[in-house]
Structures are given as structure tokens and as C-alpha cells.
Write a protein that binds this ligand. Sequence first.
Ligand code: GDP
Length: 610
Amino acid sequence: MAKKVEKNNKPQGRPNFSNKKVEKKVEPKEKVIIYKNGMTVLEVAEGFSKPVSLIITKLMQLGVFANQNQSVERDMVELLSIDFGYELKDEVVTDLSRFEEIKIEDDLKDLKPRPPVVTIMGHVDHGKTTLLDTIRSSRITAKEAGGITQHIGAYQVNHNGYPITFIDTPGHAAFTEMRARGAKITDMVVLVVAADDGVMPQTEEAIAHAKAAGCPIIVAINKMDKPNANPERVTQELANLGLVSDSWGGDTPFVNISALKGMGVDNLLEMIELVANLNELKANPNRAALGTVIEAKLDKGKGPLATLLVQNGTLHVGDIIICGNTYGKIRTMEDDRNIRYQDALPSTALAVTGLNDVPQAGDKFIVVKEERIARDAANARAKRAKESTNVVKKLSFDELLSNANKDKTKELNLIIKCDVQGSVEALKNSLEKINVEDLRVTVVRSSVGAITDTDVSLAEASDAIIIGFNVRPMSNVRNLASEKHIEIRLYDVIYKVIDDITLALKGMLEPVYEEVVIGEAEVRSIFKNSIVGTIAGCYVTDGVIERNSLVRVLRNGIVIYSGKMASLRRFKDDVKEVKQGYECGITIEKYSDLKEGDVIEASIMKEVSR
Ligand code: GDP
């Protein structure tokens, strides 16, 4: 090969004054990756001819947790292309049934500042709803006071002439759900932490989600009116989690507020404005609109009602849109105060009517020219969605491992939830030390508390498996996990977790028996009996309870006792099983400390084939 090059590159038409052989470097064939909008991690890996695991790892290093089926933003692909020495070119798409992939570029001169879109997150009872209400009512003039408002999932306030849009579904579900679907709707997160309570599990969860989404965070230390408010402690706790207050020289803005008394809320709004300005949020108001569905429902009177967040362009009454798998002509647009609008500028969220069906939260929309085009595109999308429902499936533990061996995945992602902090640390440290032939464990998140739906969303977003140690998911969370094909593995002995993971990494995991949860009952009343001890009067809320079940007693999602059932009765009779919807009396061997509100989870050991 080298010879050939030499020969081919003999200088022509120019004397060679040197005695040296003329050697011209072989130019490597140009490496190009074609970026497609909405490209998944898997497709990116194929584009670069690299293993999926490498792409996932690189993305994690960039703070993006995505599984192989999730889409990657263009910026990220661009960073990867620099890293891998590829040139990035954009695919030219014109098919409107794939409108999310159509490249939309605005001339810089057309871009105008747009208001920020803000989500409020934090632990339960720390004051998210109160803060949203206080901000909402701050804009209401005397004339409007008492006016009827409707919940549309978002509202806009005008703070001294500066508009700010709030997504008013407090909590994490909406945020993570959207993110799991690849939609980015918020520009920043306000993290509410109660000054009298400090950092709590959901505070940490919110930080993990906001960071994973690459959203700037503003900390609002709330309940400053309380005599036992201790903002210094909160600041310290947050610093330990990497959110260092600006007043301590860090780069996270902290604002002290009392959502209840309205104190400091003005400062918070100013801070939001400042952060928004720093981030130079811009859009082109003079283009056809596009954006995302925040909420959608079927309204009895109005028909399909969808709250659309306009992320670029301006949406007008009469515009024709494709919206997820639905389409329509915008008939009306209303805000939460029932005020009607003709036009919705960028960063505005309004409830619109006129769609042929109810889209899903997180769906994208775009304005097109003709109704026929919109209908055809929406129908094509609906058809495609139907065809692919059976294809999209999360990887199970085993599949992940067999993939690990196949394409040399170097990491197994885990989310660890435990009953006490000591176990969190012990597990995390031991698991992260496991190293089997270069396969490693990455703990995406570890904390104290029950397994919640947000853990499931995070597991979905980061392709992780959830390990529960002495904690259990409630049935709704378990159902969500099975719907999303997220694996939850439950343990009560540390070495068993380590053994399983080590064996799994060695590809030798062979559990013969698996515990299968068969039902759940809620303790509604307690009877003391001198002979049999404590009888729990229960109501079976899920599945079936069998007499020979193993039982776990859960209080607030935390396992407080594990053992065997001693007796199961309906009225005065011993019975073999009690199904969902029926009442029964349960006693537990060697355990009498039951309380009303406890949940008794019944399970059996079942042989599983691998
Ligand atoms: P969320 O679960 O985070 O939405 O919390 P809520 O907004 O429902 O607030 C929980 C409780 O804390 C309610 O009883 C509120 O009245 C109270 N609360 C919220 N903000 C404040 C505050 O600034 N000061 C005081 N003293 N109580 C507050």
C-alpha cells in the first residue's frame, strides 16, 4: 500500500530538489456521521461504528443518562463527533410524518429573547404547591380576584413586565415522564427545600433528575418564617450534594423564602429572570409554531383539550397542526384564567381545542400548511406507533448481561434504595468495587426510602436495574415498572446482593427460586387476642393472600418485619386464600407490633427457569 502511494504521488510538473523520497501522508478516508433528529443512542453508536456501551459511558460523562433506545440531542452528538474525530452532517428530512426529525434552523438575526419555562421540584410538604399558588395569585389584580381559574398544567406570570412560565404540576412525575419520552420543556428547576426539614429523599431525587436533564437549579429555602428554620444546615446539606450556594462561592443561586407569607418570592422571581438572561433563551416568534404537549384530556364539553407549550414560533387560532399522532385546526386557545388568545408567543402554554383526538403529554406538535397533509402525517404516525408498540422493550437483567458480553458493555447501571443510610453506603461501596473482567457497576443513584415511580423513570432513562434493600415498591410502582419493563430486584441480605451482582457479571447467575409477590393487604384495624396474639383486620388491595405466604410488613414503604403468616381467616373460618376486594384477619408468626395503615405483602417462592 505504502509503495503504491509513493508511486502515485510522484511530483509532477515540479522539479524535486531534494534527494529525499517524496512521501505524502495517506489522508484517512473522511469520517462522517449523518445526524438525524431524534437519533437514538443505538443509532449514534452505529453511526460512529462504536459499541453502544461506549456511547452510553461517554454520554454519562457529559451528564446525560440515556438508554440505547432514547434519543440524543444534536449538541451531544456533535461533542461525540469531535471526540471521535468525525465530521457531523445533518440529514435532510422532508417527511412530515417524521416532523421531529426535520431540521429547524433560525437565522440568528430572527431570534428574540423568550421567557423562561420553570418547573418547581422538591420533597413532599416542602411547599411546592404553596409556592405555585403564591406566585399565581401575586399576578391577580383586585379586579380579577375571585375569578375562576382552570388547571391546564401551566401558567404565566408577569413579574415587573418580565413574563415567566411555570409548569404547575408540582412533583417529579411530570418532569421525568417527559424526559423519559425525550421531551425537554423546562429551562430551569426551582428546588424547594423546607428550612425546618432540610434535604430529604425527594430533594436528592429532584437534584438527580435536574442534573440528568442538564437544567440549571435555583434553590429556594422555604418556610423561613418558622422559628426552627435553619437555612445554614440546609445550605450545608446541599453543598454535600454538590449544590454550593452562591453566597459560599458556589454557582447555585440560593434564595430564602416563605411561600406561605409571600416573603422573598419577589427575589426568587428576580433570580429566575437573572438565570434566564444568563442562559440567553431565544426563539423566533415569526415562524410557524412548534412545541410540546404539557397535558391533554378529553373534556366533556370541549372535546380533546391539550395544553401546548410553544417552544418556537407563534401559534395562531386557525393554524393547522400535527400533534403526536393527532391533528387538527386550532379552534380556541385559553390560559388558566379562561382568557382567550388569538396568538401564543414562544414559551407560552395554552389549552387548545380543535384536535381530532387526545394526544399524549410529551408529544411534539408542529404547524403545517394544509389539513390534508396534517391528517395524512398523523395517520401515518398512528400506524407506525401501533406497529412498534410490541417492539419497544426494555432489556432485562439477563439480556443486559448477555449484551454486556456481546458488545463489551463495560457497565451495569444500578439504582439502590435502602431502609437506612448505613446500608446505602455499604452497598454502594461494595458494589462499586466489584470488577469482573473489566465489567463494572455504576450506581446511578442511591438513597434511603421506598422505591417510587420516579426511581422507575430514572431507571428507564438510564437503563438501570433497581435494587431494593429492605424496601419494597408499592403495587402501583411495581405495576409501572412491569409496564416499562424495568427490573426491580429485592434483597434483605447485603452479601446476597453482592453475590448476585458478581455472579451476574460473570454471566453465571442462576437463581433457582425467585420470590414472587402475590398480593397486598392493608391493615385497617387491630384486635388483641389473649390466645393468638395480635390479629390484623385487613383489606386485600391487590392480588391474593395465601395462607402459606411469606409476609412482609411495610410501614411507609419500608420493611419493618419479614416472616411467615401464622393464620388467615375470613370471619371465624380458616381459609386457604383471600382475593382482592375482600376482608380478612391475618396473624403473623412471632410478630405482634402491627399498626393500622401497615401494608402486609404476601409472597411465595417460585421456581424460575433461566
Ligand atoms: P408540597 O407537598 O411540596 O406541594 O407542599 P405544600 O405546598 O402542600 O405545603 C405543605 C405544608 O407546608 C402546607 O401545610 C403549607 O401550608 C405549609 N407551608 C408551605 N410553605 C410554607 C411556608 O413558607 N411557611 C410555613 N410556615 N408553612 C408553609
